[in-house]
Design a protein around this ligand. Structure first.
Ligand code: SAH
Ligand code: SF4
Ligand code: F3S
Length: 443
């Protein structure tokens, strides 16, 4: 390095993060990158350029840990080429496996759980000294307090914002209460401040995140109270939230769907099964009729709301008749979008100990359910043709002159146009429906 260059300080170190799992991991990856920014790191999209690689992992379904170990195996040649490369594991597998990860794969330098990543700067310093760093505590201190303000760098028009974390519901199939810990709600004033920071950086749409986001209690008015406060944030055009539990949909939140213009008409409300027997065995604490009644109330408040859900097939004890109850529930409700999974045994959860449904039976049921959900999705997309929606444009399309964004209903919409910029909110008339998107013309 020449003398004149030395004033510029050391070149930034590069951080590559690979994110698996849910939206909360996407948010956490952003916060981890910002946190390591204080240690001189900037992010890169190229793993081979990195000085540190972090895998932000998910533990929700089978083979999660095995997938992570094989991913680590694939990183071995990089580490061999560049001995100073630091490798870390974050997220829910880090929480579940802890020190075992370093024992099984000694090239890992750092293991950090989802509740401890505000301690990353100190962990990075330890790693830089050649030590191993492990932190999978559920600390008393609020990690969000330590993380402070968001980066001021210009960013795209949509962002996630975690408002609630953890889960006390203990569904019999699920690892989240063990990996993310007890329910915790962030104070409303901090969330509002973060929303302002995001809007200043260019954000127009915020999706509030929580494992049970509608159990949020950091505002006297619950999640609805928080949404109404966010409604007042100038420059913020759209609000969404995910994931909700049916038992936490209170009147104020249902009402907000009918009265708050910024709250988008889309709701992800997983039911998992349509059989009362299976719902009980899953510890979901509501019946199918209670779910139907809830959907009716929500649709009365907002008739055009697009409903999304999660389903598990082949839960222990699920018979063909139980599965038919799920198919019937889907036919009755009608989903614009849905995620469906084969039940996967998770060590340490109650359902893992029960008699299991055969793999081929699970697979055959999954195919039948996905065919039905696919038909519903296509029908609802086709029903949009001829309608005018509002699209928040997020990026350029693959073809030149094409822009892509999302409608109120979270449909991806593309339009051929040269006078729309990223971040613009424009009326679009839908003219065609393709497999996972709609095509439209700017009005
Ligand atoms: N908090 C959310 C969901 C979190 S996990 C809720 O209460 O609905 C996301 C989805 O993964 C779940 O809705 C469920 O459908 C699926 N899932 C969770 N554990 C699973 C398991 N063991 N096997 C298969 N799918 C599972
Ligand atoms: Fe898991 Fe159930 Fe909690 Fe959702 S509500 S995170 S499915 S335990
Ligand atoms: Fe996966 Fe953890 Fe999210 S297990 S789904 S990354 S909360």
């Amino acid at each position: 390095m020449s003398d004149s260059d030395s004033n510029a300080g050391p070149p930034p170190k590069k951080l590559f993060i690979k994110t698996y799992g849910c939206q909360m991991n996407v948010y956490d990856s952003e916060r981890m990158a910002e946190s390591l920014g204080t240690q001189g790191y900037v992010t890169t999209d190229v793993a081979a350029d990195a000085d540190m690689i972090l895998l932000n992992t998910c533990h929700i379904r089978e083979k999660a840990a095995e997938k992570m170990y094989s991913e680590l195996g694939r990183l071995k040649p990089l580490k061999a080429d560049k001995p100073d490369l630091k490798i870390g594991v974050a997220g829910c597998v880090a929480q579940a496996e802890g020190a075992e990860i370093i024992r099984r794969q000694p090239m890992v330098d750092l293991v950090v759980g989802p509740q401890s990543y505000h301690r990353l700067p100190a962990m990075e310093q330890a790693v830089a000294r050649g030590e191993k760093a492990l932190d999978t505590d559920f600390p008393e201190d609020d990690k969000f307090d330590t993380l402070k303000s968001r980066s001021k760098a210009k960013r795209g028009p949509t962002a996630f914002l975690t408002v609630q974390e953890g889960c006390d519901k203990f569904c019999a199939f699920c690892v989240v209460p063990y990996t993310r810990g007890a329910e915790f709600s962030r104070p409303a004033d901090r969330i509002i401040r973060e929303a302002h920071e995001l809007v200043e950086a260019g954000v127009r749409e915020i999706t509030l995140l929580g494992q049970n986001v509608n159990a949020y209690h950091g505002h006297a008015g619950g999640l609805a109270g928080l949404i109404w406060d966010l409604d007042k944030v100038d420059g913020l055009k759209r609000i969404r939230f995910t994931t909700s539990h049916p038992n936490d949909m209170d009147d104020a939140l249902i009402d907000a769907h009918g009265t708050c213009d910024k709250l988008m008409p889309y709701l992800h409300l997983p039911v998992q099964s349509g059989s009362d027997k299976v719902l009980k065995a899953m510890n979901r604490k509501h019946t199918r009729d209670q779910y139907f009644a809830l959907i009716e109330r929500i649709r009365a408040a907002r008739p055009d709301l697009l409903l999304s859900g999660d389903f598990i097939v082949g839960f222990p004890g699920e018979t063909e008749a139980d599965f038919e109850d799920t198919m019937d529930l889907v036919r009755t409700v009608g989903y614009g979008q849905a995620y469906s999974f084969k039940y996967s045994t998770r060590p340490g959860t109650p359902a893992a100990e029960r008699a299991q449904v055969d793999e081929d039976v699970k697979l055959e049921r999954l195919h039948r359910l996905q065919a039905l959900l696919g038909d519903q999705q296509r029908a609802i997309q086709a029903s949009m043709i001829g309608r005018t929606v509002k699209v928040l444009f997020e990026k350029k399309g693959r073809e030149s002159g094409q822009m892509i964004g999302k409608s109120e209903y979270l449909h991806a919409v593309f339009a051929d146009t040269t006078d729309v910029a990223i971040g613009d909110l424009r009326k679009v008339k839908i003219v065609k429906s393709e497999s996972n998107s709609l095509g439209g013309e700017i009005c």
